[in-house]
Design a protein around this ligand. Structure first.
Ligand code: BDP
Length: 697
């Protein structure tokens, strides 16, 4: 039990009464039709149910038993057609499904019905989930349809198989053996994605390599697309803006140059000749040294529109990222994306989405929502979450990310008055957009358990579930995942759920409490590095973000400082602009405050900060206790794996606490309050641990 099976384990249902009921309700499986997607649904139901029921379940094309599970569309199944589900089916669209119980001529049917084959597959996974989580299936009447259209993983995978910010081995894509060899991993990857409704995958890094657009690679990409197609998973690529120069022999990549436009059109036609349902391009341009339209004095809209025109005849889209850096150093990096993109609202083609990270800096352990949400009403805005834990302890820290995502999705932008939540921007309801989506930077690699940490799987799972429905709670997602991945045993579910739901706050406490941000190690972002300074860009240093001095700490983003708060709509701007009204979790994000500033607990800022760091360490120890008490209730292999990872996490939390507090103490010049453990080493020791001081790294 090494975690390879993810949440699709399908072990026999343990509760005897439930097992009996399920066995009775499902005496056979009927999935008429033989399209690739229906065949996959049939196989998954057969495999899943045989496992869950602990005995082989017969599969046939026509019902012969009293109690039958039927899956299909009105076109593939006469029985489903006869049920006359027309109106109900209309409500679930192209990808949704119905799960129903129906009686007909003395027979009982459990029905998975959809308008399309992919809807049937999604419904099949949902049905299996009901059994995996031991729900009552005797009177089913539910409907589900995705609230966003493009639910996409972004792989930051390089062609040499290294993964930028990947902590779970190498890239899954074995370019060397493609297109001929199709690894079983590709299929299991597609199954896992389909089971949570993910319908797109960007195979390559946003820091793109133009080679993937050459004929040789496109043949390999086609092989992956063919393998994924039955699972409803579309393939996308990152487009390097300078590709026309690098692989096309042109002298420019100016988006307004007709030769450049023609090159992209021809390239797109070629891609579609291999992959007729190619999804489109994801683009990082004029950011962190990547080429882009601004190199030619053109705007992001000019660049995006050129690519959009090239893929439009084939139904493709362009996801244009708003994570930008200008070459000149800004007074506050948090303001850049908004400043560059808001003026472009209304200038993008219909098939362009602007993809915006959840916060304005960069995937910090906690960030206030990005001010671009709600600020570009005429442009479809796609959410970009980072599933891989670049700034959150990488693969050794147990952090369930759904509460962080939920926090952002629930925030009210006030763009169209009260109730204009980020979720409504993303699902298109706020401004009536039909082109909608959510992207997640993948945490997947060749590790046997896919994600490095066993609990990293929960973040992949949660991303898919939230992309399908951004209104789901992190709690219900955790519960599903635990039951499917570990067990339905009540005490275990309760304890793990508690552990997962607190894990994000725990990490924030031992890394960046009270709105601190970007104080990680230089470049690799692993471990504490609040002392990082004097780099070629100030906004790549820690001191730029925390601004600690003898008087106090924090980034003043109010009127007296960078005034980044003004990018929010008035009620939000007012809240964050006023130190009294700012939620404590964002205190030092928006305000520079004296060390003796009194926080809500009545303590000084310094004492509170120190106690938060200690609290984070204490909570990790609490997690260890919870986990250790579950010994014997979890299979030994995964138990041990997580146990040792929690030991690492404890060491890392202590490291963070000690290094950061010693460093800030050089400014605050105050003692550590009672209850905070003494650091094990000196500040110099922690500073030399930072690999930038180690020769050769
Ligand atoms: C930062 C990463 C960098 C990415 C960049 C991006 O450190 O590796 O290329 O974001 O999103 O978080 O483009």
């Amino acid at each position: 039990e090494d975690g390879y099976r993810l949440w699709l384990r399908y072990d026999q249902v343990q509760d005897p009464a439930k097992l009996k009921a399920y066995r009775q309700a499902i005496q056979e499986v009927v999935v008429p039709g033989n399209s690739p997607t229906l065949s996959v649904a049939q196989q998954e139901l057969k495999m899943g149910l045989s496992g869950l029921l602990g005995k082989p379940v017969p599969v046939s094309q026509k019902p012969s038993q009293r109690n039958t599970l039927v899956a299909g569309t009105p076109a593939s199944s006469a029985l489903i057609k006869d049920l006359g589900l027309g109106d109900k089916l209309k409500t679930v669209g192209d990808e949704g499904y119905l799960l129903l119980t129906a009686n007909k001529k003395g027979k009982k049917y459990t029905v998975i019905a959809a308008n399309t084959d992919i809807g049937v597959l999604y419904g099949s996974y949902h049905f299996l989930r009901l059994l995996q989580t031991q729900q009552d299936i005797s009177k089913l009447s539910l409907a589900s349809a995705p609230k966003t259209k493009h639910r996409v993983l972004n792989h930051w995978d390089n062609l040499d198989r290294t993964v930028e910010r990947g902590y779970a081995g190498f890239s899954l894509w074995d370019w060397h053996k493609l297109p001929t060899y199709i690894d079983q991993r590709y299929i299991d990857y597609a199954r896992a994605n389909a089971s949570i409704g993910i319908n797109g995958t960007v195979l390559t890094n946003v820091n793109a390599n133009a080679l993937v657009l050459t004929e040789e690679y496109l043949k390999k990409v086609k092989a992956l697309a063919d393998a994924f197609r039955p699972y409803g998973l579309k393939v996308y690529l990152t487009a390097r803006f300078s590709a026309p120069i690098e692989i096309g022999g042109l002298e420019t990549a100016d988006p307004l140059d007709p030769k450049v436009q023609a090159w992209w059109k021809k390239k797109s036609d070629e891609i579609y000749s291999y992959i007729p349902d190619f999804g489109g391009f994801l683009v990082k341009a004029n950011s962190e040294g990547q080429p882009g339209p601004q190199n030619y004095g053109r705007s992001h809209a000019d660049g995006a529109n050129m690519l959009a025109d090239a893929v439009a005849p084939h139904g493709g889209i362009v996801m244009w990222r708003a994570f930008v850096y200008s070459n000149e150093e800004p007074e506050d990096r948090a303001k850049q994306a908004y400043n560059e993109f808001k003026p472009l609202d209304g200038q993008f083609r219909d098939n362009v989405m602007v993809q915006v990270k959840n916060g304005a800096i960069d995937f910090q352990p906690r960030e206030p929502f990005h001010p671009l949400f709600g600020a570009m009403p005429k442009t479809p805005i796609m959410m970009e979450f980072q599933i891989t834990q670049e700034y959150l302890g990488q693969a050794t820290n147990l952090v369930y990310l759904a509460p962080m995502w939920e926090e952002v999705l629930d925030e009210d932008t006030y763009a169209e008055g009260e109730g204009s939540t980020v979720a409504k921007v993303i699902d298109g309801t706020l401004n009536g957009h039909r082109l909608t989506g959510m992207a997640g930077v993948a945490n997947i690699g060749t590790d046997r358990n896919w994600t490095g940490h066993q609990f990293g799987q929960a973040n992949w799972y949660a991303f898919g579930r939230m992309a399908w429905n951004p209104y789901l709670s992190s709690e219900e997602i955790a519960e599903e995942w635990i039951k499917m991945t570990f067990s339905n045993q009540e005490e275990l579910v309760e304890k793990l759920e508690d552990m997962m739901l607190n894990s994000h706050e725990t990490l924030v406490n031992y890394m960046t409490p009270l709105g601190l941000h970007h104080i990680m190690g230089w470049s690799h972002h692993y471990g504490p590095g609040p002392w990082i300074k004097d780099k070629h860009r100030a906004d790549w240093t820690s001191v730029y973000y925390h601004r600690a001095d003898e008087k106090g700490i924090g980034f003043d983003r109010t009127k007296t400082g960078s005034n980044a708060v003004a990018q929010y709509f008035p009620p939000v701007a007012e809240k964050y602009g006023n130190v009294e009204k700012t939620p404590e979790k964002y205190l030092l994000w928006f305000h520079h405050l004296p060390w003796d500033y009194k926080v809500k607990s009545g303590r000084t800022l310094w004492d509170e900060m120190a106690l938060r760091y200690q609290g984070g360490v204490d909570s990790v120890r609490q997690m260890q206790q919870t986990w250790n008490a579950l010994e014997g209730k979890i299979d030994p292999e995964r138990f041990k794996h997580v146990q040792t990872f929690l030991e690492i996490q404890e060491q890392e939390a202590e490291w963070w606490r000690d290094a950061v507090l010693l460093y800030f103490q050089t400014f605050s010049k105050r003692p550590l309050p009672e209850g905070v453990e003494k650091p094990e080493h000196t500040l110099e020791y922690y500073m030399q641990l930072d690999p930038k001081f180690v020769p050769g790294i």
